[in-house]
Design a protein. Sequence first.
Length: 93
Amino acid sequence: MRLDDLSKPPPDTSFEKPVMIELVPGKPQKIRNARDAMDALDEFRPSATEPGTKHMMARRACMNALLGLRKSAMARKAFEEAAWESDVLVDED
């Protein structure tokens, strides 16, 4: 990131459709943007000892969206896959 980039407004990282996850049984939550996704990724991972591949890819995709380097749709897809990998994704169908 360059200094002249700091004068630009932050990118819109909202997800077109929220991702539903359930970290605590019976308490689903909606993840609406890349910032919320980054926070949620800190709360779950597929293994107690190390993050999975999809988890790491989601962190990278969300960070890139927050920096304005990638679209939020890419971050959403990566986050949804990480949530599925960690078995916290709520099926809305």
